[in-house]
Design a protein around this ligand. Structure first.
Ligand SMILES: [Zn+2]
Ligand SMILES: [Zn+2]
Length: 180
């Protein structure tokens, strides 16, 4: 399937589980909006504020069958969770993958697993590639290995276009993560 066929499949599948849920729970939840710009290792996301299912195109394309079978109903179930139970129940905040969500998944005939097991190496390639951190006076700049090698060789060094300060190397992504 190419990307536009995949998008059409997602739209169809979101509508299918919305109809199934509305029939089963005797609700009238609107079909969630769909966004295809999710990036990185997250498979899918439901945003209650926008009533929107967010789709990771790379993970969808690489795992189309499972994505449509389990990730889409997983996200639509979050929609029903909010629609049926709201944000709080008996004074406590409803857990995203708590009892209510699990019950909805099971009623839709789905395995209530909270994580996917997709290979995320392609989906995270861009972030993995930029793992060398440089600081100026205003922000951290992430460099690829190629740019990092160039910066290390260059006599003049690199300057930040915003603050004009020269960039100094602070470490790779792991080192930065522990600092932050
Ligand atoms: Zn979830
Ligand atoms: Zn700067």
């Amino acid at each position: 399937m190419n990307n536009s066929e995949l998008r059409a499949k997602v739209i169809e599948t979101v509508a299918f589980y919305t109809d199934l849920g509305n029939e089963t729970f005797k609700t009238n939840m609107a079909t969630p909006n769909i966004d295809f710009s999710l990036k990185g290792r997250v498979g899918g996301k439901y945003s209650p504020r926008e009533h929107m299912v967010k789709v990771n195109m790379i993970l969808l394309a690489e795992n189309a069958e499972d994505y449509l079978e389990s990730t889409i109903p997983h996200e639509v179930a979050h929609g029903f969770q909010r629609h049926i139970y709201g944000q709080y129940q008996h004074g406590r905040r409803i857990m995203p993958h708590g009892y209510e969500w699990k019950r909805i998944m099971l009623t839709l005939g789905k395995n209530p697993k909270r994580t996917h097991s997709y290979d995320v190496s392609n989906a995270t390639q861009r972030t993995v590639a930029r793992e060398f951190a440089y600081r100026c006076h205003c922000k951290t700049h992430m460099f690829t290995i190629i740019r990092h090698r160039r910066a290390q060789k260059s006599q003049a060094g690199y300057r930040c276009k915003r603050c004009g300060h020269s960039l100094s190397y602070v470490g790779n992504k792991m080192a930065v993560a522990t600092v932050a």
